[in-house]
Design a protein around this ligand. Sequence first.
Ligand code: NUP
Length: 210
Amino acid sequence: MPKLMLALDLDKDKALKVVEEVKNYIDAIKVGYSLVLSSSLDIVKEIKKIANKETILDFKVADIPVTNEKIAKISLKYGDGIIVHGFVGKDSVKAVKDVAKSLNKKTIMVTEMSHPGALEFIQPIANKLAEMAKELNLDGIVAPSTRPERLRELKQISGLPIYTPGVGAQGGKLEEIINILDDEDYLIVGRSIYLSDNPKEMAKYYKELL
Ligand code: NUP
């Protein structure tokens, strides 16, 4: 069964409330910049106190290797993994991977993003990014639920676990991608759970469909 990862792009109080409500139906949590910037990295500890789930930091790290390394060292004291951008090149991604590996944490790399603007610059290079993720033997790639055929292709090329956002608020349909996902993969859902009138019921709904 693919795993359900709750995306938290909320302020601290709302985020903790949602985690409490949905904790029995989610397998993992993704913490975004808005949450960390409105609180601190300690929010990861607070989340884990409520729901002891794998927690990935969606920081889309995209800098020169030495700076990436510093960001990874600080962030991975808290999270179980970190999301990086691949377009900055292999050396930058490897800098994060080396830190993560030494701490037994995950490095997950963005290939093609899920929003319309991804067609402008990142889609044309996304297959190459997926090849690089494979070559670096990373722990997973981010690929879009909003484009099922691209999701399938990027999964095939990388051969790595997929972390896929886009279902729900961004228009992606779970029924169109469910057959692409394996047990090792993660479905990322944010707004259509945490903005719903009943987040618990929505999380349960996604969990049962998976
Ligand atoms: O390509 C990406 N698309 C995307 O939506 C890469 C991401 N990391 N995300 C993140 O996934 C986005 O920042 C948000 O945290 C989550 C999707 O949330 P929602 O659209 O389900 O609310």
